[in-house]
Ligand binder design. Structure first.
Ligand code: GDP
Length: 445
């Protein structure tokens, strides 16, 4: 994508009425637009009160204007901010006037996109802008701000640098095999590749947490009718979200509840009990339950103390963690506890009394590797995928170097890893990817 030459404008404040509304203009035509609209531009970065005038010289509104000359602005271009009164009519008139003077309406995310194209932000930081605006919890907002400040990007850059250095040495060893100094002989390069793989997988874990903080975790409740799934959903949500009755088959549709544990957003899905049924409505519910289970990050298989059932083999996928919730311990007179098994973990609790619920919350956090208070940064699914790819490539490269075979193949693995990391910060990207990322932003950002 080449640097744009036109000038864009948008109402940057949310639609509706408010004390203040802001139109932001960015691009080379800003000085000319400013001159026509407010007479002379204010001194750089200094607020000034001015009349915003229409073509006839009549004021549309009176407000503050701020001018940020290139390159010292958010986008890296000339930027003009017009802070007027936040009414939809005033804002629309002001935007229309700016467009009349030569700007065009900005596309979603176009200001951030220009900031990226002008090297003001890398791609992960630009995405953090959108994540900060969309943050669903205070923890998610803090994490997004850390990414925006470059916490995530800096770590990626540091790894890319080490990777580059390693590649240079391997390529040198390949190009000059007769040199006295045999780079591969002392195992130094293999050791550095292994260390890199470890550091990459540590970053991958933290990025995974950052993604969870942003997107949340889908937890599906499954099990036979009447074991207490709806009661458990209500207990975790701390409100009566689902209908609880003693009649089997009450939950026929899929019920969703959004809650958080220590800042980790949980999308809890209660499903129809899994059993064979002749009732077409219940059968549809069961079909939907199975579809939800397919998509879940974590599965809670609920069963009753006294006669605990084994989770069906079909529910034990590799991709997601399974917890067997042994409910109604109050009836069986058992203590709450958590016991790891080979393919799942048992948590004994009572949805009715609340005993053991904390153990379940802990178990869910541990199972997804969520530890709070580590200075998390926000990350997206695509970052996690890229990091995983890079980690796999470097691990394979390290293994080849350790075995002392296939240095060429190792070099290729490291090249692929570097490319994957480049996709995170936007050092390597396609226009298509950029288009997809920025189009999900809001207008004026
Ligand atoms: P679901 O069909 O699996 O969603 O089960 P429900 O949540 O509707 O519960 C079925 C019945 O079991 C209801 O009468 C609940 O009050 C009861 N129940 C649920 N959890 C507990 C528990 O921990 N202890 C006791 N004693 N009863 C429970």
């Amino acid at each position: 994508m080449s640097a744009p030459t036109d000038t864009i404008a948008a109402i940057a404040t949310p639609p509706g009425r408010g004390g203040v509304g802001m139109v932001r203009v960015s691009g080379p035509a800003v000085p000319a637009i400013g001159a026509a609209l407010i007479g002379a531009l204010p001194p750089p970065r200094m607020a000034r009160v001015a009349n915003f005038t229409d073509a006839a010289g009549e004021p549309i509104d009176r407000g503050l204007c701020l001018y940020f000359p290139a390159p010292h602005s958010f986008t890296g271009e000339h930027v003009l901010e017009l802070h007027g009164h936040g009414g939809p009519v005033v804002m629309d008139l002001l935007l229309a006037r700016v467009i009349e003077l030569g700007a065009r309406q900005a596309n979603p995310g176009e200001f951030s996109q220009r900031a990226y194209l002008n090297d003001k932000l890398d791609l992960a930081q630009a995405e953090a802008v959108a994540d900060l605006i969309d943050a669903a919890s205070a923890a998610a907002a803090r994490a997004a701000l850390r990414s925006l400040d470059g916490a995530f990007s800096q770590q990626v850059h540091a790894l890319v640098e080490r990777l580059t250095l390693l590649r240079v040495q391997i390529e040198a060893g390949l190009d000059f095999p007769d040199e006295e100094l045999d780079l591969f002989a002392d195992g130094r390069l293999a050791a550095e590749a292994s260390a890199l793989a470890d550091d990459l997988s540590a970053l991958l874990r933290r990025a995974g947490e950052g993604r969870l903080l942003r997107e949340g975790l889908t937890v599906v409740l499954a099990g036979a009718p009447n074991v207490g799934k709806s009661s458990l959903l209500n207990a975790l949500a701390e409100r009566e979200a689902a209908i609880v009755t003693a009649i089997p088959g009450t939950t026929r549709d899929v019920l969703r509840e959004h809650l958080g544990i220590d800042g980790l957003p949980l999308h809890l899905v209660d499903t129809a009990g899994l059993r064979d049924s002749d009732d077409p409505v219940e059968r549809e519910g069961i079909r939907r339950a199975r579809a939800e289970i397919e998509r879940a990050d974590h599965l809670l298989f609920v069963t009753e103390a006294g006669d605990p059932q084994t989770p069906p083999a079909e529910l034990l996928g590799e991709a997601r963690a399974v917890t067997r919730v042994i409910n109604k311990i109050d009836l069986a007179g058992e203590p709450p506890r958590s016991e790891p098994q080979a393919a799942w973990t048992d948590v004994y609790l009572s949805a009715r009394s609340g005993a053991g619920l904390d153990l379940l919350r802990e178990r869910i956090k541990t199972a997804v590797g969520f530890h709070t208070g580590e200075g998390l940064f926000s990350a997206r699914r695509r970052h996690v995928q890229a990091l995983r790819h890079a980690t796999d490539c470097v691990s394979r490269g390290a293994e080849l170097l350790t075995r002392g075979v296939g240095a060429e193949l190792a070099a290729e693995e490291l090249r692929l890893a570097q490319q994957a990391l480049g996709e995170i910060t936007g050092a390597v990207t396609s226009d298509d990817l950029l288009g997809r990322i920025f189009s999900t932003f809001c207008i004026g950002k």
